[in-house]
Write a protein that binds this ligand. Structure first.
Ligand code: SAM
Length: 212
């Protein structure tokens, strides 16, 4: 792994050492659109393979368990503290695999997934975002979907700076990156707090490799 990416991941890991224990009490007030995105995922083939990259404390994993009762679900996060929180939540009787590691560091060789979800993790990937989305493209089945909910843009530079301190890029770049690799099925920008920022809901089908 490149040294600057390793350093970034270490900073994120350290950040969540404290935040993992207060995460669920605090994040409901600004991580909007998570449930809505999951409710808009199209029908998947039987026994679909689903991965959430940056699954955090597992909020989406428990909703995915409910929405796709026959799915094989994977949650991956670079923070061991977040994975520990997720482990307390997921249904022990289901086949949910939790992986503690950084997606994109080539250590993991997954079978292709029918759906890959990134919920407020893409904006944390910084300069790695494009490389990671290309990896997502490779890790999907040819008819697979990506689903993304994340901070999109803001008119306020002070807010952008504040989010950067929290390891989040809110720079309006996500939609064009996603459109290059996936055929959009849902693209929606929604206002949060009367327009302090907008967040993005995106669902797209994998573009054929020859087209990108
Ligand atoms: C804002 S949290 C979102 C958690 C969860 N998806 C949710 O919606 O509540 C972002 C998560 O992404 C994880 N993360 C950041 N970069 C990652 C990477 N390269 N691989 C795996 N997880 C990553 C962080 O550790 C953190 O738990």
């Amino acid at each position: 792994m490149e040294p600057d990416i390793e350093l970034r991941n270490k900073k994120i890991e350290r950040y969540y050492r404290l935040h993992s224990s207060i995460y669920d009490w605090t994040r409901w007030s600004f991580l909007f659109g998570r449930e809505e995105l999951l409710n808009r995922i199209p029908e998947l083939p039987p026994n679909p393979r689903i991965l959430e990259i940056g699954c955090g404390t597992g909020t989406n994993l428990t909703n995915l368990e409910y929405l796709f009762p026959d799915a094989l679900i994977y949650g991956m996060d670079l923070s061991g503290d977040m994975i520990r929180q997720a482990r307390t939540k997921v249904d022990k009787s289901r086949q949910i695999t939790l992986v503690n590691g950084a997606y994109g560091d080539n250590k993991f060789n997954f079978e292709p997934f029918n759906l890959i979800l990134l919920s407020y993790s893409l904006s944390m990937l910084g300069s790695q975002a494009e490389q990671i989305m290309k990896q997502v493209h490779r890790d999907l089945t040819s008819d697979g979907y990506v689903a993304v909910v994340d901070f999109s843009d803001t008119r306020f530079s002070w807010f952008q700076r504040w989010m950067k301190l929290n390891h989040v890029a809110i720079d309006g770049q996500l939609t064009s990156l996603l459109n290059r690799l996936f055929i959009p099925r849902l693209t929606q920008h929604k206002k949060a707090y009367l327009g302090l920022w907008r967040y993005l809901l995106f669902i797209g089908r994998r573009r054929p490799s020859a087209d990108i």
